[in-house]
Design a protein around this ligand. Structure first.
Ligand code: ZN
Length: 376
């Protein structure tokens, strides 16, 4: 499973938390049901937005990246997200990226604009099959999400940048392509192929490509095209995308300045498990609005759940665990899993006769921890 990681600035807002909790659920479910999971995540520790933010704030880009990576990791630990097996930075992956671009060179799928290297998308006849967008819809979204459709000299407006020649005042790394830095889409493609394409007999390179739904196009489409041109086989068997989290009726974004940060919520005294639960109350694919009322609801429910789990006589738990697993098996239906838990809490706290016949609070607590990642 390859999940696209953060660019280390503005970490970790609730949109990030929602994404990585969604894939943590998937990881936990796959493991609990007997799969062997290799989970790889990148970190885009060199890219335009990072350099722009470092310039704006007058800090060294490396310092900004390192501080934000530390913050992100601490937030993930607090949110009880299992770490990936491989957590790879773009800078450390530069040799993999240049090797991938070299493979694209060999099939004449690259060209230069000035001294920057671009991919000729038309070498992949399947381009567009991931996002299912029409060619008319693509350029605007491409421009909105870091693409450069207007650049003069490109063969197709959508062709993505593979390697950017070093600009004045910016960092660059020596390579056969000249001193420069990698494009974003080739970074993920190179890391995923290197760490996950382990079985040559399979028809796809990796099993799961994941990320937020804002990565469907161009990012996942471009990565898939590059990987397919390099390996000759489809990139991922499944594409899984988590929904966006908004706030006060608006999309949460850096440009609107309305980002809600996990670390700030925790610093204000919010239990990280309440944040996790509040996000799990929504299906991972659903776009939703974050609100303080939901935080209160989650907090009250968590208190009741902890109280119920501390009792010696509780309602039967075997059926609850079975139903939680069934809910997760149905495309990670966490709202259903929480409804099931809520029913058990009500029953257990009511002290009804069922409680005497007995369940094991300890067993349920361990199941909630393992499956939902809620440490109680
Ligand atoms: Zn990616």
């Amino acid at each position: 499973m390859y999940v696209c990681g953060i660019t280390p600035y503005d970490a970790t807002h609730l949109g990030h938390a929602n994404t990585y909790i969604a894939f943590d659920l998937l990881n936990r479910y796959l493991r609990a049901t007997g799969s062997r999971v290799i989970y790889v995540q990148n970190i885009t520790d060199i890219d335009d937005p990072l350099l722009e933010r470092a310039n704006r704030d007058g800090v060294d880009w490396r310092e900004l990246a390192n501080s934000q990576i530390d913050l992100f990791r601490a937030d993930m630990v607090a949110l009880h997200v299992l770490p990936p097996a491989h957590y790879i930075g773009a800078v450390e992956a530069i040799p993999l990226v240049t090797k991938a671009i070299e493979s694209l060179n060999q099939i004449n799928a690259t060209y230069l604009v000035d001294e920057d290297t671009y991919l000729d998308l038309h070498k992949d006849l399947g381009f567009g099959e991931i996002s299912h967008l029409s060619p008319d819809e693509m350029p605007a979204i491409f421009a909105q999400r870091g693409g450069d459709p207007e650049r003069v000299g490109k063969q197709d407006a959508l062709d993505p940048l593979l390697w950017l020649k070093q600009r004045f005042g910016e960092p660059g790394w020596e390579s056969a392509l000249g001193k420069g830095r990698p494009g974003w889409h080739i970074e993920c493609c190179a890391i995923a192929l290197n760490f996950l394409d382990v079985d040559n007999t399979e028809h796809t390179s990796i099993d799961i490509q994941g990320g937020g739904s804002d990565l469907i196009f161009p990012h996942h489409e471009m990565s898939a095209t590059q990987a397919k041109l390099i390996t000759g086989k489809d990139f991922a068997r499944h594409y899984v995308h988590s929904g966006m989290v908004g706030v006060e009726g608006e999309k949460m974004s850096k440009s609107k300045g309305n980002l809600v940060f996990v670390s700030k919520l925790i610093a204000s005294g919010v239990d990280p498990m309440v944040i996790r639960l509040a996000l799990l109350m929504h299906h991972y694919r659903e776009d939703h609005m974050w609100s303080n009322e939901e935080l209160s609801t989650a907090s009250e429910f968590l208190d009741d759940l902890r109280t119920a789990l501390s009792r010696t006589e509780v309602a039967p738990t075997d059926i609850v665990i079975t139903e939680i697993i069934a809910a997760l098996a149905n495309n990670l239906d966490t709202p259903r899993a929480i409804t099931v838990l809520s029913g058990w809490v009500t029953q257990s706290l009511s002290g009804s006769e069922d409680c005497v016949s007995g369940g094991s609070a300890g067993e349920l607590s361990r199941a909630i921890d393992a499956l939902l990642g809620l440490a109680l």
